[in-house]
Design a protein around this ligand. Structure first.
Ligand code: VG1
Ligand code: CO
Length: 531
């Protein structure tokens, strides 16, 4: 085959947000939009582009298959030497990270808009991950953006295409040099990693025995279906009937593939029957998780992180590696900080988005981290990892032989409780009791490893009792603007840690809304989602 150059010109707005470039699908399918962005991304690799090895896959949403085919040809036209593609274009975000690390690749391209709905009238996205397996840092995404502003051509080797449904290697010769496309099993590399981290025999005994733990999993028709089937059903013995919505669909069955109480209501309702001990939901690309206990007991992501932090000895991987420290994104509650303090470990606070955790992991400063937005993960890869979190919880349950609810309540009794809510897109005003402001700032982060500075990461108002209100602008939307408001209030151990969060937080929520004049300035009087 021969590579060729196709003329193009810059397209506005190809700037990555919190997690890659997300736009309405119709924008992505417009002329040269995908091609420009992929060329700009590959060009950002500079000297490492020629001869590079990449992995490519996505969450199965509408346009993933077509995009994957075009991207392979653009890689071929740019001197990439090898592309590993998930079968049928399917790879979860954590798997892309795992494959990059295991096969020592230059990077990976993930075709996903994560929890955003999919289909011709919804969203599509492209994200680039670098050699450590993590999302490209800002220095890299800035280069991509600069390239999109000056692009004049993209390179492609037409005919470098393979049947993505068939596993195996295909060799081409492009401009006299070898170019290999290898279609890989979507689950195998990830399965191998998980079985090295957790004690699968023990978990199988716990689940398949019928007396230990009855699991209900719902991947919301996102990418996790095949992973749930292989790991939870085949390996650990969860009955097939307890793994629902496991076929990845281009439009996620018309839903939001977002694991929270609103969008995973089907799981919440099924759990309320009281027939299952652990309920699990994942987002479109498999990096988010929701953990529910019997009768639908909800574990907030902030509590989930803290409980796992306090119980890492239940996971064989950490027995081998030890525990270096923890981290959370700035809006995430301070529950994990309290565990760190107790264990004599450091806890880092970073801006929103997983890219900031990677440096801390590479420098062996942290082992576990998480975000309030249903993201939990460890240094086994450089992405948050939904199924890892589920297996971590199963390991804790298998060890403690207690219910999810009892484990969380015992945690509050020991560490106190950080009442927490987030109100993306909120508005409403009210009076409320009085809080004294201790400090207020616009969060900025200096990376302790590479000293890079990231500023304007959200306005924090911290009160004298440690309560916090945080306002920030979402960076994953595909149009318009979403304001996120996060509200946190601490109740010490021995206090009323079992109170209702909505009740407890009401005065502070009112303060948050009136302080920002939310209703007046946005014209909205209710949030779109409360988590
Ligand atoms: C949101 C969440 C953030 C998360 C990001 C990507 O970003 O708040 O915590 O890392 O989504 O998650 P924002 O900028 O909209 O608040 V995922 O699962 O969509 O890749
Ligand atoms: Co996601």
């Amino acid at each position: 085959l021969k590579s060729e150059s196709i003329k193009t010109s810059p397209i506005d707005g190809q700037k990555a947000g919190t997690s890659g470039l997300r736009k309405p699908t119709k924008v992505f399918t417009s002329e040269n939009y995908l091609e420009n962005f992929i060329q700009a991304t590959l060009s950002a690799l500079g000297d490492s582009l020629v001869g590079s090895k990449l992995v490519l896959g996505g969450d199965g949403r509408y346009f993933c298959d077509v995009a994957a085919g075009r991207i392979v040809e653009i890689c071929a036209g740019n001197g990439v030497s090898e592309v590993f593609v998930g079968q049928n274009g399917i790879l979860s975000t954590p798997t892309v990270s795992c494959v990059i690390r295991k096969r020592q690749l230059t990077g990976g391209i993930v075709l996903t808009a994560s929890h955003n709905p999919g289909g011709p009238d919804n969203d599509f996205g492209v994200k680039f991950n670098v050699a450590n397996g993590g999302p490209a840092p800002e220095s890299f995404t800035d280069k991509i953006y600069a390239n999109t502003r000056s692009i004049a051509e993209y390179r492609v080797a037409k005919g470098a295409s393979v049947d993505l449904s068939k596993l195996g290697r295909t060799e081409f010769t492009v401009d006299g040099k070898p170019f290999v496309v290898e279609v890989i099993d979507s689950v195998a590399d990830y399965e191998e990693l998980m079985s090295s981290i957790f004690d699968f025999d023990r978990l199988r005994e716990f689940i398949a025995g019928g007396t230990g733990c009855s699991v209900l999993a719902n991947p919301l028709h996102g990418v996790m279906g095949p992973y749930v089937k292989r790991l939870l059903c085949q390996r650990l013995g969860v009955p097939e009937s307890q793994a629902v919505n496991c076929v990845p669909l281009p439009d996620f069955g018309g839903g939001h593939p977002d694991p929270n109480l609103t969008y995973a209501a089907e799981l919440v309702n099924a759990m309320r029957s009281g027939s299952y001990d652990l309920g699990l939901a994942f987002d479109g690309d498999g990096d988010r998780n929701m953990i529910l206990g019997k009768s639908g007991f909800f574990v907030t992501p902030c509590d989930s992180l803290a409980v796992l932090a306090a119980n890492l000895e239940c996971i064989p991987y950490f027995k081998r590696t030890g525990v270096n420290g923890f981290a959370r994104s700035m809006p995430t509650s301070g529950a994990v900080d309290l565990v760190a303090k107790r264990l004599g470990l450091k806890c880092y606070e970073v801006p929103t988005g997983w890219k900031f955790f990677g440096n801390l992991m590479d420098a062996k400063l942290i082992s576990l981290c998480g975000e309030e937005s249903f993201g939990t993960g460890s240094d086994h890869i450089r992405e948050k990892d939904g199924l890892w979190a589920a297996l971590a919880w199963l390991s804790v349950l298998a060890d403690k032989r207690a219910s999810v609810e009892d484990i969380v309540k015992a945690h509050w009794a020991e560490f106190g409780r950080n009442f927490y809510t987030s109100l993306p897109g909120v508005t409403l005003t009210g009076g409320g009791r009085s809080y004294t402001v201790a400090s207020a700032d616009n969060f900025s982060y200096k990376d302790p490893v590479d000293a890079s500075v990231t500023s304007n990461q959200g306005v924090r108002v911290v009160f004298s009792d440690g309560s916090r209100i945080i306002y920030r602008l979402s960076g994953t939307g595909s149009s318009g603007a979403t304001i996120r408001v996060y509200v946190e209030q601490y109740e010490a151990a021995g206090g009323n840690v079992l109170a209702d969060p909505a009740e407890t937080l009401r005065p502070l929520v009112e303060v948050a809304l009136s302080l920002s004049r939310m209703a007046e300035l946005t014209g909205r009087d209710a949030p779109t989602v409360i988590t």
